[in-house]
Design a protein around this ligand. Structure first.
Ligand SMILES: Nc1ncnc2c1ncn2[C@@H]1O[C@H](COP(=O)(O)OP(=O)(O)OP(=O)(O)O)[C@@H](O)[C@H]1O
Ligand SMILES: [Mg+2]
Length: 254
């Protein structure tokens, strides 16, 4: 554990897809045990920034990046980094719920099995704990062997969150996790984010300013691949320093 209250820090982070530069000289600290919201207009680099943090972006052909990203003080761009381990420590939840075509139980047990947990009693315990943390247990405890895909969209998203939690990650990246959900399901996910913030570091991309205001402690505003401003969420929404931030949050563009 580093003791400076920072989970991630980036230094001179630049990223290109082919010739298109998607991230430009990003220097930022992400605080521990906070919810950090990432906002900005479409195409400004929000998802790219998230996908750098567990190197999911490596899966894109012709991607190139420079600079460094430090997770608890270790550069995740180091050649000898173990990507499976990195993606376990830094889990991700996507815009569309994407359960595996397996049972509810097997969706959650998947990661722990890969990491060598095979004892039935141990798995049962971890699956229950993860589903409880994801506020889904009561709805599924009597149907654990049914397909994950038989759940509603909002339940599927909570199942995906449970699947991530079962890996006992340090960081959870969420890329617009409620944009495919109705208001009631959205509200449940927002409650969940708030309840998880004590034990996890959460970084959430959202197009919804009210959502950023409701769930986050810190907010980062991106524009055209640049990080324009970072501050406590209430400051970003009431008293931003940069007029481009103000224009965005008051709805003048994006
Ligand atoms: N796989 C890819 N291959 C090539 N270019 C990409 C790829 N993904 C993103 N880009 C480009 O990188 C830039 C940033 O895209 P990114 O998806 O990070 O934006 P975003 O802020 O998440 O947008 P949105 O709000 O629409 O999700 C855009 O110019 C986009 O076209
Ligand atoms: Mg995106």
């Amino acid at each position: 554990m580093s003791d400076n209250g920072v989970i991630f820090s980036t230094e001179a982070l630049n990223l290109w897809y082919g010739k298109n530069q998607a991230l430009k000289n990003i220097n930022v600290n992400i605080k521990m045990q906070k919810v950090t919201a990432i906002i900005g207009p479409s195409g400004c680099g929000k998802s790219t920034f998230l996908k750098v943090l567990n190197r999911m972006v490596d899966l894109v052909p012709n991607v190139k990046y420079t600079g460094s990203v430090n997770l608890q003080g270790h550069n995740i761009f180091d050649e000898n980094i173990n990507l499976v381990n990195l993606r376990t420590r830094v889990g991700m939840v996507f815009q569309k719920p994407n359960p595996f075509p397996k049972s509810i139980f097997e969706n959650v047990a998947f990661g722990p099995r890969i990491h060598g947990k095979h004892k039935k009693s141990e798995l049962n315990e971890l699956v229950e704990k993860s589903l409880r943390q994801a506020a889904l247990w009561d709805e599924v405890k009597d149907r654990l062997n049914e397909p994950g895909l038989s759940l509603s969209g909002g339940q599927q998203q909570r199942l995906c969150i449970a699947r991530t939690l079962a890996n006992e990650p340090e960081v959870i990246l969420m890329d617009e996790p409620t944009s495919a959900l109705d208001p009631a399901a959205t509200s449940r996910i927002e409650d969940l984010v708030r309840s998880l913030r004590k034990h996890y570091n959460i970084i959430i991309v959202t197009h919804n300013m009210q959502q950023a205001g409701r769930v986050s402690d810190e907010t980062f505003f991106f524009l055209n691949g640049e990080l324009i401003e970072t501050d406590r969420t209430e400051v970003i929404f009431t008293n931003p320093k940069d007029n481009r931030t103000e224009e965005y949050i008051t709805g003048r563009f994006g």
